[in-house]
Design a binder for this molecule. Structure first.
Ligand code: PLP
Length: 490
């Protein structure tokens, strides 16, 4: 009842905006279709026509579908051809509480919020009078415990990029022992030369993805097409564990794999000591774009120990795993680290980019980790509402319940179709499985789409599930039924 009242004014808006909503207005506050509904070939004629138009203006080869965002609702993505897809990919894992959530739709009914949208400040120089309070009220309550500082940014890549800069500044300050720069440093950095532009590196892992701006791209190792033709730093790379599944049958082998990878991390640190010392290690809690590769809590605890022993900062990249999809706010919480990571980066479901950090990573001088926008207050207005929905609707619990249904169903399917899929893995609804090869993976993904479900590929031959946090067991059953049908059709 209370929920109905809270949603009622937003529902009026939503009912006007979505035909599917009008059809199901009485069934749920979000008025979702009850199942996928495919009306045309996929991609449909309007998608093809608009993609061609777009392609005349830019490289639009990556476009899969053209959305009709007025009609998308809850867990359903509606394309311009009127096809209604159950969305288990959600804009590359970036829609936290479903499309057109009523609580988000009303955010800008408030004139104060409209003004925040219209008068976008350069946050580093002219922040709003309420900005410190907003950071304290919205971002700090969900901060990883022990990380008391926060810097907002625009996207995942630039969050990592600026976290790396904070690490280099911290590292040089430690080496220098003072916050004053020498004349030689000031002059040499203007020629991109040491000591002002020091030879320092960030170590990343094979198959990692940390973004596409220059510094972050040097730590990205997932696909050649992301990197080719772009100059890159000579920074070290170490192997990330590749486990054998099912995990409970290969415990010993997987522990050996952890040890092998950690030895390689130490070897790379030693190797780079004289030519380009490692100042930081960046790691995803679950490697996402690179194939949804998991590593054990023990691996992460030992990695943190190794970083501490070598005087190196540990950056955890939660751009894809953050904000709940693994069943915890931050995926690294599953690892029970004895102390927090030094920095943690986020974007995607958090709607704003940014990073949390320990106080020692705050540069002593202004304008060093800086750009014009440094985030966007209007995104925080939406994030505040997202976090309210997560709390009010107990969505982290829901993720765990729905995840258990999904994972159980995927395990059944890997038994039913062992010649097609294997290695079901992941936490919460952040799940994936591997297909026999990349051709079969693409067939499964295309088949899912034609049957009304959106999913994403990752790595060589894997399919990843990235539903929003409002995915329920009933959606999980639809996903599993459509996947079974698709596998049978292959
Ligand atoms: C783990 C991780 N880090 C960084 C990024 C880069 O984020 P963005 O695409 O917003 O720059 C991504 C994007 O997929 C990601 O998955």
């Amino acid at each position: 009842m209370l929920r109905a009242i809270q949603y009622s004014s937003a529902n009026k808006l939503l009912q006007l905006a979505t035909t599917s909503c009008a059809r199901n207005a009485s069934s749920s506050p979000q008025c979702e279709p009850s199942k996928p509904n495919i009306r045309t070939a996929v991609p449909g004629p309007k998608t093809l026509q608009l993609s061609a138009e777009l392609n005349q203006l830019q490289q639009a080869g990556s476009v899969q579908l053209i959305g009709d965002y007025e009609r998308c609702v809850g867990n359903y993505f509606v394309d311009v051809d009127g096809n209604e897809f159950l969305d288990a990919f959600t804009q590359i894992s970036s829609i936290p509480v479903g499309y057109n959530h009523p609580h988000l739709l009303t955010a800008f009914e408030d004139q104060k919020n409209i003004k925040a949208l219209v008068n976008r400040p350069a946050l580093g120089v002219f922040p709003d009078k309420e900005w410190p309070q907003k950071l304290r009220d919205i971002l700090l309550p969900v901060a990883p415990s022990g990380l008391t500082n926060i810097s907002t940014m625009m996207c995942g890549s630039c969050s990592n990029e600026n976290a790396y800069k904070a690490v280099f500044i911290w590292y040089r300050n430690k080496e220098r022992g003072t916050v004053e720069f020498s004349e030689e440093e000031m002059q040499s950095c203007m020629k991109n030369a040491a000591p002002g532009s020091p030879n320092l590196s960030i170590l990343s892992f094979v198959d990692a993805f940390h973004g596409r701006t220059f510094g972050s791209l040097s730590t990205t190792r997932s696909k050649a097409i992301h990197k080719i033709d772009v100059p890159a730093f000579d920074w070290p790379v170490a192997p990330f564990p590749k486990y054998r599944y099912p995990l409970d049958q290969f415990e010993r082998e997987n522990q050996e794999e952890d040890a092998r990878c950690l030895e390689q991390v130490q070897a790379r640190i030693n190797e780079y000591k004289s030519r380009c010392p490692v100042a930081g290690v960046v790691v995803e809690p679950i490697q996402s774009e690179g194939g949804d590769n998991e590593a054990s809590p023990q691996f992460f605890r030992n990695l943190q120990k190794l970083c501490k022993e070598n005087g190196i900062a540990l950056i955890i990249d939660e751009v894809q795993t953050g904000c709940g999809p693994t069943g915890k706010m931050w995926a690294y919480e599953h690892f029970e680290l004895p102390s927090p990571p030094d920095l943690l980066t986020f974007s995607k479901k958090m709607l704003t980019g940014g990073f949390y950090f320990k106080p020692e990573f705050k540069p002593p001088q202004a304008y060093r980790v800086f750009n014009t926008w440094m985030g966007d207050p209007s995104k925080l207005i939406l994030l505040e509402r997202v976090l309210q929905v997560i709390k009010r609707e107990n969505l982290l619990d829901r993720v765990q319940k729905t995840g258990a249904v999904l994972k159980g169903g995927l395990h059944e399917l890997e038994k039913e179709f062992p010649q097609l899929i294997h290695s079901v893995r992941g936490r919460g609804t952040f799940l994936s499985f591997t297909a026999k090869d990349s051709a079969v993976r693409d067939q499964i993904n295309n088949g899912l789409k034609k049957n009304g479900v959106l999913g994403g590929g990752c790595g060589e031959a894997s399919i990843r599930l990235r539903p929003s946090l409002v995915f329920e067991p009933k959606h999980a059953h639809i996903y599993l039924d459509v996947l079974r049908k698709t596998l049978k059709e292959l």
